[in-house]
Design a protein around this ligand. Sequence first.
Ligand SMILES: C[S@@+](CC[C@H](N)C(=O)[O-])C[C@H]1O[C@@H](n2cnc3c(N)ncnc32)[C@H](O)[C@@H]1O
Length: 205
Amino acid sequence: MTSAGQIWDHRFSEKGWPTDPDPYLVELAEGQPVGRGLDLGAGPGRNSLWLAQKGWDMTLLDASRVGLDQARDAAGALGLTITTVCADLFDWRPEEASFNLVIVANIHPDQDALVAVLAGAALALRPGGHLYVVGHHVTSLGRQGPPDPDRLLTPERLRDALPTELRIEVLAIRDRRGGHGQGANAATADTVVVAWAIKPEAPGG
Ligand SMILES: C[S@@+](CC[C@H](N)C(=O)[O-])C[C@H]1O[C@@H](n2cnc3c(N)ncnc32)[C@H](O)[C@@H]1O
């Protein structure tokens, strides 16, 4: 097990985790045709569970077995089937061109690791598929997310990390809303960065 897995196993065993889906993902995914989705660093699966309830066929990858077990239990209670993969994101080999949606929510790696994760996400996407990335903005430092400004997001950092084959449709700083991110509470004004990008269809495809 990786150290990320151990840290998050402990975190998910100790305290609950938000169950509401990311509101910006909901906004962007509403109206998309359902298909196969891949949730990288899914944790207990709040986003995947919402999508699975909408008919998406979801695969959740995470280093935390505890988080994935919580996701599987929640799916079972809802009568849903999900696929879980317990792996380290940085050793992971994507199933190429297989997913209509890839989610990277609240992972906060350093820049080199972010580039690697998004490159893998782009490989995993089918032509026409979408990538959704969300994470705490650097102005959240000391309030939300990791205590390291180099791991918090800015639109510029995300733009630099996104593979050039993806076309950006939304790249924005948004206020956090209730239920968004760890420790979310409606009284805290926090900011997140949201990116929604599409892998163009191949010419003639
Ligand atoms: C802040 S939680 C976010 C969970 C979920 N995406 C959400 O938004 O609710 C970060 C998740 O990333 C996972 N994670 C962190 N580093 C990882 C790595 N190297 N490989 C796989 N998962 C990792 C953790 O186990 C944890 O579940």
